[in-house]
Design a protein around this ligand. Structure first.
Ligand SMILES: *Cc1c(COP(=O)(O)O)cnc(C)c1O
Length: 508
């Protein structure tokens, strides 16, 4: 058996060996020294009636070192971009510069309170206005609204704006054309917005074929929703032609802009005919993400959609007095309304702004070029073992399949992904996009060094070799983690969160 991690730096798999904090401690133990009570003790039942707890909250009673160690260990268990290579396709897990954190923690930003009068947070409003302008410029759009709190909410906002636009013209078309290479959130956003997703297959070369779109457009078409680069990592070359056809029918083009890491300073969705799109600041513009939050998914749009954008918007009052130049405009009768409390996730806006200013146009171009180069480097290096789905230059991510290995050895994508854990790499996105059987979607990002990517390539090749030499052993991976292969469906639906030294399945 090949040593699991000999040649791979920092590769020890994941280690999880700890009771939950609720199972630690002793009644009466405490981590803080409280002064004696200097007010009369009261009976909560008397004061709060039914609202009072019947039993104690069951909080952990632990000492300060126990608490500290618990949280430090939790932070260490966390597989993150700060610890290892994280090529999770479509998620752009790139390094987030620490200077962004410095900026977000500046007291003037961090201590802002959303209920302050506008005159007291002019700097915050100005940062938002400036970020809107920078983002609009990066994608060639007329306006940006920063409110949506995630990419998917940005999609929802954009589709709501499209619907409001049609309604303002006295129309109510229902269909949204969505190619099979779109991100999974696209049809979901349609359904949430009362529109009907009309899926269709892309062409044989993996991109949308204008002829197929032409055959689908009719008077009930509200929009087309295109992810570019698409989820196969290919650039939608015919987008301008498709946009012209869509516009001819009075419909609009939604561009899923989550994958901007492949386009910045090279191509602008606005120039390609997109009318409205979302950004994923938490992907392209380096704000930490994962584990469910926070996100920031601004929408960018052309002039014709301006009246419908979420409310409020940040406005500059040019004739007003200098002390209160910026204000929030709530007077927006045609707006789709508010999507988020206050102005959205402000801290993420500070990080994105810091990143863009630090990079400059040249820096963003270099990031795009390196992201695309790195993905193509991986494509060329592992292609013999893991054939690419479409034999073309890819953008910021490469989609390969288990076709060859499975045929030769019976080893599947899931086995490869699990084995990567032993080598200390986060597995790529697997079995997505659905149009590629046994897909592995690898997005190295621009922030990884050649040495790191070479190690990943070496691991992928070694796994292919292991598959040929000892497939049964490979099916046991991961072997360096405390828990090996889980029944993943069961682990998600019936999680067992208690520490049990011996697996005690019968007791559940
Ligand atoms: C990540 C992603 C989304 C969804 O973004 P969230 O912030 O996770 O809601 C949508 N489309 C594409 C192409 C993506 O990669």
């Amino acid at each position: 058996m090949i040593m699991p991690n000999a040649p791979f730096e920092g590769a020890r798999g994941y280690q999880f060996h700890e009771k939950s904090i609720f199972e630690r401690g002793t009644p009466g133990r405490t981590g803080v020294s409280l002064p004696p009570l200097d007010v009369p003790e009261v009976d909560p039942k008397k004061h709060f009636g039914k609202l009072a707890r019947k039993v104690a909250a069951g909080l952990p009673e632990v000492s300060e070192p126990e608490v500290t160690r618990h949280f430090v260990r939790l932070s260490q268990y966390n597989f993150s971009i700060d610890t290892q290579f994280y090529p999770l396709g479509s998620c752009t897990m790139k390094f987030n510069p620490k200077v962004n954190e410095w900026a977000a923690r500046l007291r003037g930003f961090a201590n802002l309170h959303p209920y302050m009068p506008e005159s007291m947070w002019q700097g915050g409003l100005e940062l938002m206005a400036r970020l809107e302008d920078l983002l609009a410029d990066i994608v060639g759009m007329d306006h940006v609204n920063l409110q949506p709190a995630a990419g998917a909410q940005g999609e929802l906002a954009g589709l709501m704006m499209i619907r409001a636009y049609h309604q303002s013209k006295g129309r109510a078309p229902k269909k949204v054309l969505i190619p099979d290479t779109a991100h999974g959130t696209n049809p979901a956003s349609c359904a949430l917005n009362g529109l009907v997703a009309v899926p269709f297959p892309s062409g044989d070369d993996g991109i949308v074929d204008p002829a197929r779109v032409a055959a689908l457009i009719d008077d009930d078409t509200a929009a087309i929703m295109i992810t570019n680069p698409n989820t196969i990592g290919l650039f939608e070359r015919f987008l301008p032609t498709i946009a012209a056809m869509i516009h001819d029918k009075g419909a609009l083009v939604y561009g899923d802009g989550a994958n901007l890491n492949a386009l910045m300073s090279r191509a602008r969705p606005g120039d390609l005919g997109v009318d409205v799109m979302q950004f994923n600041l938490h992907k392209t513009f380096t704000t930490p993400h994962g584990g469910g939050g926070p996100g920031c998914g601004p929408v960018a749009f052309k002039k014709l959609l301006e009246p419908f954008q979420p409310s409020p918007t940040v406005k500059r009052n040019s004739q007003g007095d200098q002390t209160a130049c910026y204000f929030l405009d709530y007077d927006r009768p045609q707006s789709i309304g508010r999507l988020r409390s206050f102005v959205g996730n402000f801290g993420m806006m500070v990080r994105a702004y810091a990143y863009i200013r630090e990079m400059g146009a040249e820096g963003l171009k270099a990031a795009t070029d390196l992201a695309v180069l790195n993905a193509n480097y991986v494509r060329a290096a592992i292609g013999d073992d893991y054939p690419v789905a479409f034999d073309a230059l890819c953008m910021h991510e490469v989609i390969v399949s288990d076709k060859l290995i499975q045929k030769e050895t019976g080893i599947k994508t899931l086995d490869v992904a699990k084995r990567l854990i032993d080598f200390g790499f986060h597995p790529p996105t697997v079995y997505f996009p659905l149009v590629v059987a046994g897909a592995m979607m690898i997005e190295p990002t621009e922030t990884e060094s050649k040495e790191t990517i070479d190690q990943f390539i070496a691991a992928m090749k070694q796994i292919a070799q292991e598959a040929r030499e000892n497939p049964d052993k490979l099916r046991e991976a991961p072997t360096t983690t405390r828990i090996g292969r889980l029944d993943e469906a069961r682990a998600a639906r019936k999680p067992r969160l208690r520490w049990l030294p011996e697996p005690d399945v019968a007791a559940e």
